[in-house]
Design a protein. Structure first.
Length: 574
């Protein structure tokens, strides 16, 4: 969000439960730090976000933008619907004729958050590539262009490439842009920046929720998913079904949501971490089945996979929550179990996407549970025999809403097996604390922020963690945290006068202490895996301070919250 224990089973049967304990060994520790397995949520991928993870900058490119060939008119003429592209997203001909009969060429914006210096662009096909913004051409030959890139943060420092001409029949394609030092790298075998792999190695598991574009995902059919050959690994998320108005333009759906699943698995393999994947809420049976096959076959056999239905389906700011409540598919599955799917006295009026446009769905927690079981059941058919021990079936709820969590879990267990229940493990300001901060305004200090967080952990966090611990023990499943850490941001994500104190608190020694207290609380509750959120990010913004580091190669001594995670983490088995 940008916004626990049972017996340890060792059973291989396909109907058995498998422990959610990560692939690790626990070493005796005598330090004062709590000890529990720590995992990490990987930060989302965008050209403007720190922590871009790939050697190939093209994988961070935005969807193609268009412009008039004569340079007149809007900066982006939005003629994508008229642009023909191949299966990997490359325009098959440039210039092309727009819907208004004007001649159009294309451009895209690249990540500007990497190291400045010399880069090399290579491509196949016949055409002409130009640059704009802070990108400069140093040398050019057919198929290869040397670039100088500034990589300075800010809207005025964009790195841009343009396709001025692309010959139909041999159009420009397979564009790769790498730092000069990586020109000879095998990008298929080693696509990640070395510092990213090194960072990930210390964790027990990696959660790929943001990488997969889980929130507001548009993915339904396997044939339309993102592949490794697609020109960019950024994607499209939003209202694909018109639930909040007109659905997104058809051309945007060509980009799919998230990165290729292969990249998630490959990073888990490279870092020797278990993988935590989120299945898109609208995915059909074939998508779910093929996703399971890909993970089974590609993931290192020594590693586990945690499988979760979407992300925070209880969170009404996300499309998946509304789809879950009003989906025809889930309503029918409920009714097969003699559970009402629709409000009494109503008739659902389905739109073209099989969602009740009149919003008459009911029994939201049971819908969440039955959708979770549907995914588990399909994955169980793929992970059979010895592979069954690699699959961790996860049900997800909300720490602060025990009723929905319990009803979801009990629905899943009434239909089959489940290995673990997961909720968030954040600490953050309450309404009362927000009122105090607002009164203090610019006089608020980081010490006051830390004191307030310590009190929150003693009260709110203790109660929620103990409730979830008891539920998991009663139902015989493991307790996991899918996201956790500090949740400090201005109220309503608005610009406020007290924001400087919130930023300063991120670098305070007191933040380290808060983390250790929160982690001890979960360790004492026998939490099997604590997935911190998030890997990399800016500090002190109105949207929060989610990153545990500001860049992947930053020393942990500079970030107290990251240092606490490392100190509390149990050793990984080699």
């Amino acid at each position: 969000m940008h916004l626990n224990r049972r017996r340890f089973f060792h059973l291989a049967a396909t109907t058995a439960s498998v422990s959610a304990l990560p692939s690790c060994s626990f070493a005796a520790d005598t330090s004062d730090a709590p000890r529990l397995p720590i995992g990490m949520n990987l930060a989302g991928i965008a050209d403007y976000e720190p922590g871009f993870p790939f050697k190939n900058l093209m994988w961070g490119a935005r969807a193609w933008l268009t412009r008039n060939v004569d340079g007149q008119g809007a900066w982006n003429t939005e003629q994508n619907e008229a642009m023909a592209i191949d299966a990997n997203g490359y325009p098959v001909e440039v210039p092309f004729e727009g819907s208004d009969r004007t001649e159009q060429d294309v451009f895209t914006i690249l990540p500007n958050v990497c190291k400045p210096g010399r880069y090399v662009l290579v491509y196949e096909g016949e055409g002409q590539i130009d640059v704009a913004g802070r990108t400069k051409i140093v040398a050019s030959a057919p198929g290869r262009i040397e670039l100088e890139m500034a990589h300075a943060v800010g809207d005025g420092n964009l790195e841009i490439i343009r396709i001025l001409r692309s010959q139909r029949g041999n159009h420009l394609r397979n564009i790769r842009i790498v730092a000069a030092e990586f020109e000879q790298s095998d990008l298929a075998a080693e696509p990640f920046l070395p510092e990213v792999v090194d960072y990930c190695k210390q964790f027990h598991a990696l959660r790929f929720m943001d990488w997969l574009g889980t929130n507001d995902s548009i993915n339904v059919h396997w044939a339309n998913r993102k592949t490794l050959d697609f020109f960019t690994q950024t994607g499209t998320q939003g209202d694909a079904i018109g639930f909040w108005g007109s659905p997104m333009e058809p051309w945007k759906k060509r980009y799919a949501s998230g990165v290729a699943i292969e990249l998630c698995v490959d990073l888990a393999n490279a870092a020797k971490c278990d993988a935590w994947v989120c299945v898109p809420h609208m995915a059909d049976d074939q998508y779910i089945t093929e996703m399971a096959k890909l993970v089974r076959d590609r993931l290192d056999p020594s590693l586990k996979v945690y499988v979760e239905y979407s992300n925070e389906v209880w969170n009404w700011q996300f499309q998946q929550a509304h789809w879950n409540l009003h989906s025809k598919r889930l309503g029918e599955l409920l009714e097969k179990q003699n559970i009402e799917g629709w409000k009494q006295g109503t008739t659902p009026e389905f739109n073209d996407f099989d969602v009740a446009a009149n919003q008459v769905g009911t029994n939201f927690p049971e819908r969440l549970g039955i959708a979770t079981h549907r995914i588990h059941a399909l994955w169980e058919k793929i992970f059979v025999g010895i592979d069954r021990n690699r699959l961790v079936r996860v049900a997800a709820g909300q720490a602060a809403w025990l009723d929905i969590t319990a009803r979801c879990l009990r629905t899943v267990l009434s239909l089959g097996k489940c290995d673990a229940m997961t909720v968030a493990g954040y600490f953050g300001p309450s309404d009362e604390v927000y009122e105090k901060w607002a009164k203090a305004g610019p006089k608020l200090t980081s010490d006051q922020v830390i004191q307030d967080m310590q009190q929150i952990i003693k009260t709110d966090s203790v109660e929620m963690v103990n409730d979830i611990r008891d539920l998991c023990q009663d139902e015989g499943v493991d307790f996991l945290v899918y996201e956790g850490g500090q949740h400090i941001q201005p109220k309503g994500q608005e610009e406020t006068s007290y924001m400087p104190a919130l930023k300063e608190a991120q670098f305070s020694a007191g933040m380290h202490d808060c983390y250790l207290k929160q982690l001890k609380l979960h360790a004492d509750a026998q939490c099997r895996l604590y997935m911190a959120f998030s890997s990399i990010g800016r500090q002190g913004t109105r949207y929060g301070s989610w990153g545990h580091l500001q860049r992947y190669d930053q020393p942990i001594s500079e970030m107290p919250k990251m240092r606490a995670l490392v100190e509390a983490n149990t050793p990984k088995s080699q």
